[in-house]
Design a binder for this molecule. Sequence first.
Ligand code: GLU
Length: 309
Amino acid sequence: MPNSHRRRPRRTVTALLLLAVLALATAACGREGSPPAKGPSAEQLPHYAVNTGFELPESPTWRRAERRGHLVIGVKEDQPYLGERDPSSGVYSGFDIEIAKMMSASLGFAPATIDFRTIASANRETALQNGQIDLYVGTYTINAMRKKQVGFAGPYYMAGQGLLVRADEENIHGPQDLAGKRVCSAAGSTPYQRIKADYPEAVLVAYDTYSICVDNLLTYQVDAVTTDDAILLGYAAKAPDELKVVGKPFSKEPYGIGVPREDTALRMALNDALAARQRNGDWKRAFEATLGLSGVPAPKPPPIDRYPG
Ligand code: GLU
């Protein structure tokens, strides 16, 4: 038997399929203590009043969107409770999607008209630089290196790097235990970079998305998945019998809204819009109806960084 060295027979089902099945099973059982497996429900989501008279002629990005009649926003599609696309309806949901919708409303565009585009971690800077998208809202860490290529409004949330392992894993409790272990992350991400730089004895594996990493974890191809705790908690919440998040967060990942680098007017308008949405309670309502469902308590949003252009 070619696979006899494995501890369990290799499962061929993809992670997404498995997560979907588990989500349905959990919904059917209504197990006590587990978060609602269906994720964000449309009825609980806030409605964002559209700022109809809004104008931002100093922003080339805004002017282009105005001519087009809608915003094009880059997001993730496989990160539960943050940015998730329902494959049957094509509808996107999650906390990042709500942030995108509230920003859209503040800029004068009806959220229902947003054109969401799935863009992987490694392609965000290019997509903003070449005008493929107007904004990016998808677990996008603000850092000095990226600021040389794009602009960031926010932060609107503070995450931290963590580790996801199989529920029966006993030897991995934190990044110090990764020597010789196969660790999966997304190409072009800050968690990938951090393992490479600070934990060189880990055997790093990179894919385009974290859901592929989770698939590899469930099928014993890798021993851990590393990225932000907010993302990992979403996968663990959908498959609590198979997966667990271990240890404490070992980095700070402030999430920003990516904009074209030179468009300071747009960046500042988004900072104003974020501050207003925090004041009027939309931020908190959106959080509770999305990421809050994965078990993350509603934190105080981090202070907005209006760095000069
Ligand atoms: N926040 C990290 C980053 O921006 C990890 C999540 C992601 O890849 O989107 O690189």
